[in-house]
Write a protein that binds this ligand. Structure first.
Ligand code: NAD
Length: 349
């Protein structure tokens, strides 16, 4: 089992292996970089097929958080943790407590938040054993904000980001009549679709859950299509809001959209797919730049939740993207590469 020679090892500051016999905890906490602040990132619980797979995941995801927070101009570094196990059968209060104690021992260098396989309720359980969890504070609700849940903030950020991409690629400020295909109408996708609809966009949606689709069709007047059909539609924007690696060798040649801008993490199967989008004149809004609303929201909770300040910071995603687009145009480089360069300039300074 290699760590330093893993392709995903990228000069990580600290990788901690945690185990607790009594509760059966096996976890890895990775702090990628803390130059800009404490490393905040989700705690994922997943039944990894091998320990190698868990290490790869935590190395890759923690590095991604450094780039995301740096691009969002937050005083945060990048970290992530993984608990090896099935969240449906292996998650117990004892296991969460043992994990939280390990987080506490890092003395604030890593701050945990919910992720796949963990919930706001789990974070609240952990908070009884460590001060270093985020995403648990009850926020003022209303206007789409829900306590602890970062999805509405993420959706708003993606909406703001689509505006930026439309300005850049289509040269217009209004979203009226914009044709958008949304892949996945879950927590983020549905809220995004609703905002697009309110701004006058025409929507196509898909999902693998029939209930989610029916609701989107009924409440948003969206045209419902089968999962495979979403890629080839004659639309302006393709908004991936379901899963990663959706821009790949199979889907990319079918895309007719001029813009790819959505919430999903790791949308490009490989960096070369970003280069191919660029070559074809498709504007790609780098995923970690456009989907930073959630981390911005979680970050503000640590300094006292000020709704107006959060919204203003999320709206900054517009300018962050415009800066990426402008430099990509100037340097004739794919937007993903340019975003990485800007983030590195910030966190390596
Ligand atoms: P979610 O699970 O609520 O929604 C995802 C939806 O996608 C579900 O309805 C699911 O049925 C659907 N889906 C899954 N596979 C599909 C497929 N092959 N085709 C069509 N639909 C499919 O998740 P979410 O919280 O809305 O997050 C959506 C994406 O955004 C994820 O990739 C997530 O990592 C990313 N993201 C979310 C946040 C957040 O704040 N929730 C923040 C940053 C990034």
């Amino acid at each position: 089992m290699a760590v330093f020679s893993q392709t995903d090892f990228a000069d990580h500051e600290q990788v901690v292996f945690v185990s607790d016999d009594k509760s059966g905890l096996k976890a890895i906490i990775a702090v990628h970089n803390s130059n800009l602040g404490p490393a905040l990132g989700g705690c994922r619980m997943w039944p990894y097929a091998s320990e190698d797979e868990a290490i790869r995941d935590v190395l890759r995801l923690s590095r991604g958080m450094t780039y995301k927070s740096a691009m969002a101009k937050l005083a945060l570094g990048g970290g992530k943790s993984v608990i090896i196990g099935d969240p449906r059968t292996d998650k117990t209060p004892e296991l969460l407590a043992a994990f939280a104690r390990a987080v506490e021992r890092l003395d604030g260098r890593y701050i945990a938040a919910e992720d796949s396989g963990t919930s706001v309720a789990d974070m609240k359980t952990m908070a009884q054993h460590t001060r270093h969890v985020a995403g648990i504070v009850d926020k003022p609700t209303g206007e789409g904000m829900r306590s602890g849940d970062p999805s509405p903030a993420t959706a708003y950020g993606v909406f703001v980001g689509i505006r930026a991409a439309v300005e850049e690629r289509l040269g217009r400020a209004s979203l009226a009549g914009l044709r958008v295909a949304v892949q996945g109408v879950g927590n983020v996708g549905f809220d995004l679709a609703r905002q697009l609809r309110e701004a006058g966009a025409e929507l196509w949606v898909t999902d693998i859950h029939r209930d989610a689709l029916t609701r989107a069709g009924r409440e948003l007047g969206a045209t419902v299509v089968a999962p495979e059909e979403i890629f080839g539609l004659e639309v302006d924007v393709f908004a991936p809001c379901a899963l990663g690696a959706v821009i790949n060798d199979q889907t990319l040649p079918r895309l007719k959209a001029k813009i790819v801008a959505g919430a999903a993490n790791n949308q490009l199967a490989e960096p070369r797919h970003g280069a191919e989008l660029f070559r074809r004149g498709v504007l790609y809004a780098p995923d970690y730049v456009i989907n930073a609303g959630g981390i911005i929201d979680v970050c503000y909770e640590r300094t006292g939740f000020d709704r107006a300040a959060v919204m203003a910071h999320i709206e900054g995603i517009h300018d962050n993207l415009m800066a990426v687009f402008a430099r990509a145009r100037r340097e004739e480089r794919p937007t993903g590469e340019v975003a990485d360069a800007i983030a590195e300039e910030r966190f390596r300074r």
